[in-house]
Design a protein around this ligand. Structure first.
Ligand SMILES: NC(=O)C1=CN([C@@H]2O[C@H](COP(=O)(O)OP(=O)(O)OC[C@H]3O[C@@H](n4cnc5c(N)ncnc54)[C@H](O)[C@@H]3O)[C@@H](O)[C@H]2O)[C@@H](O)CC1
Ligand SMILES: Nc1ncnc2c1ncn2[C@@H]1O[C@H](COP(=O)(O)OP(=O)(O)O)[C@@H](O)[C@H]1O
Length: 274
């Protein structure tokens, strides 16, 4: 089934008069590395622009400094979170980072597992959305990336079943599947999105959506899987609509995509056809 803007609008939590930063949900972000510090900035920025009670960033010193420089509202102190975004901007994690990632995965909160954290998927004890592109999924499944790109819907479903997690497979058309067989697809996105760092922004959007829906995901089971799949497809749609806004038929930077997220969210919530 193809996920539409009106479907996506039902998955965006509007804050109410009774809310505070904690009741809206805190997203923990463990991303970036000495090698790729910028990915941390991109994911924190997109999460804040999607709407969340707080972002708690935990990562290497250089990435932490860059995140704080751009977003002083990001909190770097340890504390509870309602969801995690893990792994964007990491290669193979070193021992210290691996320990931190495993601790986060043991917390049983909804978690986005991206890039360098994909190898730790099996350690997750809560609801997970894995967000590989075809090369990453190829490595996880031991399959040639070209084979995956030739039939992404099928490989996304196979991956969800084999990995026991919701899988969002990135590409020109993004597919989402759950281990029990729930499947969604998004319309083909603008090819201008094929540029470094857009996947890091997608991680932040999805992380914010998970943090603001953590209560609904807590029960687990089939209903939680359905919700995770819908939230993942919503993140992809917000991402591609923001890319269209940022692009207008021209190239754009990832920070420009992120800057278009709030108006994209407003457009979805007010039912404006995109
Ligand atoms: N600004 C940033 O900090 C960014 C960080 N990124 C992070 O970078 C890490 C690696 O992501 P990838 O998707 O690159 O990982 P992949 O491991 O899928 O891609 C690397 C592969 O691309 C090949 N490759 C490298 N340069 C190439 C070229 N010029 N032409 C053809 N092939 C080439 C390499 O040989 C390697 O096999 C992830 O942690 C990701 O999150 C990327 O998102 C890009 C932006
Ligand atoms: N040809 C394309 N057309 C439309 N969207 C694309 C295309 N190629 C990649 N994308 C989208 O761009 C993003 C790239 O993410 P990813 O591969 O993780 O890049 P990075 O690691 O550089 O951030 C994904 O959301 C993907 O769906």
């Amino acid at each position: 089934m193809e996920w539409s803007p009106s479907d996506a609008a039902t998955m965006i939590a509007r804050p109410g008069a009774h809310d505070d930063k904690y009741s809206r949900g805190v997203l923990g972000v463990m991303t970036g590395s000495e090698q790729y510090p910028g990915a941390a900035v991109l994911g924190v920025d997109s999460a804040l622009r999607t709407g969340v009670g707080m972002v708690r960033y935990r990562g290497p010193e250089r990435a932490t400094n860059l995140v704080l420089q751009r977003h002083p509202e990001a909190v770097t102190a340890e504390g509870r979170v309602q969801a995690w975004l893990l792994g964007s901007g990491m290669g193979e994690p070193d021992d210290d980072m691996r320990r931190m990632l495993l601790d986060a995965l043991s917390e049983k909160v909804p978690t986005v597992v991206d890039a360098g954290a994909l190898g730790l998927l099996g350690h997750a004890s809560g609801p997970v959305v894995a967000t590989p592109h075809a090369r990453e999924l190829g490595r996880l499944l031991g399959v040639e990336p070209d084979e995956i790109s030739a039939d992404p819907a099928r490989w996304c479903a196979v991956a969800a079943e084999r990995l026991g997690a919701v899988v969002l497979l990135k590409g020109s058309r993004t597919h989402v599947a759950g281990p029990r067989g729930t499947r969604l697809a998004c319309a083909e996105a603008t090819p201008w999105l094929a540029t470094a760092g857009t996947g890091d922004a997608l991680g932040g959007i999805l992380g914010a959506l998970l943090a603001t829906h953590s209560a609904g995901l807590a029960g687990g089971g089939e209903e939680a899987e359905r919700m995770l799949v819908r939230l993942a497809a919503t993140a992809s749609l917000v991402h591609s609509l923001a890319a269209l806004r940022a692009s207008g038929g021209a190239p754009f930077t990832v920070l420009e995509l992120n800057a278009a997220i709030p108006q994209t969210v407003a457009g979805l919530l007010s039912g404006i056809a995109e």
